[in-house]
Design a protein around this ligand. Structure first.
Ligand code: ZN
Length: 229
């Protein structure tokens, strides 16, 4: 059997196992483990993570960056569950938090915007069976009606996960790792979507790429950001 196909079969089994466990046992909060009736985080865990202000909290390469929460506590668990534990339903709730957040941002016209997710390398895709940021993007696109362009930005170089290396080596690690589709054109606002911004190295490389290609109308949007970012 083809190795990638084998991995995908294993992943499908894992996802099914996760869904079955959800059915058999009562749903549990991914933050504290308490029982909940719906959602992935209980009210207390949600209250415990800080909702960030509805204005751009930082600027990368001249482009504003908006993040919904700090990367901490229950929200960190949610990101991990989606990324490493096949808990795909977390993508829906992550998108829902982002959707409720952007409704409050008054200086951006999200009705005239397109979504571009920061996708993972295909090696990770085969390992997980899905792309965690793309899944958030798909859900957010459904909720907000913003069109999703999932083939505009691709990760062409497999890189060591950013959290495994020092802050100063991160930029070098992601340099030249993304490619922009040369045929892509839009007069709409581009929303670059990612799950977490830690040092900003990835968004730095990506926004440089858009800048070099003449895209001025762009903002970055992430579910979480590191406290020291
Ligand atoms: Zn909880």
């Amino acid at each position: 059997m083809d190795f990638n196909l084998f991995k995908r079969v294993i992943n499908s089994i894992n996802i099914l196992k996760e869904q079955l466990l959800d059915l058999i046992y009562k749903r549990k909060c991914v933050g504290c483990g308490c029982s909940i009736n719906d959602g992935v985080l209980c009210k207390n865990c949600l209250k415990d993570v800080q909702n960030l202000p509805y204005f751009s909290q930082t600027i990368i390469n001249g482009y504003p960056v908006y993040s919904v929460f700090y990367y901490e506590k229950g929200m960190k668990s949610l990101v991990h569950r989606l990324k490493f534990h096949h808990h795909k339903i977390c993508a829906y709730y992550a998108a829902n938090y982002i959707f409720n957040y952007i409704k409050e941002i008054k200086d951006i016209d999200f009705n005239n915007a397109v979504l571009i997710p920061v996708k993972t390398h295909k090696k990770n895709y085969y390992k997980r069976g899905y792309d965690n940021v793309l899944e958030i993007g798909k859900e957010l696109s459904k909720m907000s009606k913003m069109p999703l362009y999932d083939n505009v930005l691709s990760k062409i170089k497999y890189t060591i996960p950013q959290y495994k290396i020092s802050a100063k080596d991160r930029k070098k690690n992601v340099l030249d790792s993304f490619k922009l589709d040369k045929n892509f054109k839009t007069d709409k606002l581009i929303i670059v979507l990612d799950d977490v911004v830690t040092t900003g190295s990835t968004l730095d490389v990506i926004t440089s790429l858009f800048k070099e290609n003449g895209f001025c109308n762009l903002v970055c949007l992430t579910l979480c950001k590191a406290k020291n970012f």
